[in-house]
Design a protein around this ligand. Sequence first.
Ligand code: GLA
Length: 381
Amino acid sequence: MSLADRVSAAYRQRFGGAPALLARAPGRVNLIGEHTDYSDGFVLPMAIDRALWIALAPRSDRRVLVYSLDFATEASIDLDQLEKVDDGWPEYLRGVAWALQQADLRLSGWQGVMAGDVPIGSGLSSSAALELAVARAFQAVSEFAWEPTVIARLAQRAENDWVGMNCGIMDQMIAAAGVSGSALLIDCRSLATRLVPIPAESVVVVMDSMTRRGLVDSAYNQRRAQCEAAAQHFGVSVLRDVSEANYAGQAAQLDGLVYRRARHVIRENVRTLAAAVAMQQGDARQLGILMNASHDSLRDDFEVSTDALNALVDSARRQPGCFGARLTGAGFGGCAVALVQSAARENFVASVAREYEEATGLAATLYVCQPAAGASVTSLS
Ligand code: GLA
């Protein structure tokens, strides 16, 4: 049974009667442009064909009642009395309601059942999928305009100021604005987006290391602080405004660690723009080279990789038909991504799974992902 059918059937069972709407928002994989979003840089993610689904119907009061099939728990919130409880997924629901109301949107209540197939905590942005699906549900019952960039900013605000995770804008933007069949080059300063095609005869393979590390986590915030310190050294507020030439000229006076952090961000922005050009030209080989360079920089300069992620990436790169591979998302565990020749995909998946298990004793999960659309809502009547 599809997830859409599962949440609809569960809605009928729980609330009696049919749901009126189906909201969904996807997870994402980032092809290149890592740890650049909070420096106003460039990212190149695609929304994936794994998503969070909600079957719902409006309520006449100002309550929101949601049952999660994945967690087997219900959240009940009062839109006039939002309080932090720190109880896991319902906090995202409250956070989104809070951020939308902070933007003076008048919200109506609703009830729903949700379920998803974005693996939680794996670096594929299950939390942004939840935020955007909830925002879509609110938008459909409250009938305010859906402007992807505005809603993405509000969802980011929910995560930053309510949940307490100081993330950038990438995950919310791609979950809001993804386009079926394309990756998206996003300028994280202007939020302008450009569609970029996946090179023909190649596929995107997500490789889950099955190692996890929470994101509300000092290491991520520490990297942000180091990027801010580096920007300050160059007399700008974000590293987006430091060119490679400018950086090379002043590098000698930088502290070694800050120097390497800045080098990653500045070069990653250059690589990301080059990757968009390569994709536009259908050049899988060049894109792969840039992905490899991105991983090496994340491993050596930005230091967010792990032995497990390196083992996965090394194994991927050894396989015939692999153009390139890198960790994806924040790092410290979670997933890597590879660009692979379509014809080689089956051997690739089997060989990487075997080699990774030999090297680490862990069973990786690998799946080929198609670029999917951003958050959507459909009326069931
Ligand atoms: C997480 C954050 C994003 C981004 C990536 C690293 O996914 O939520 O904003 O910073 O890490 O590129």
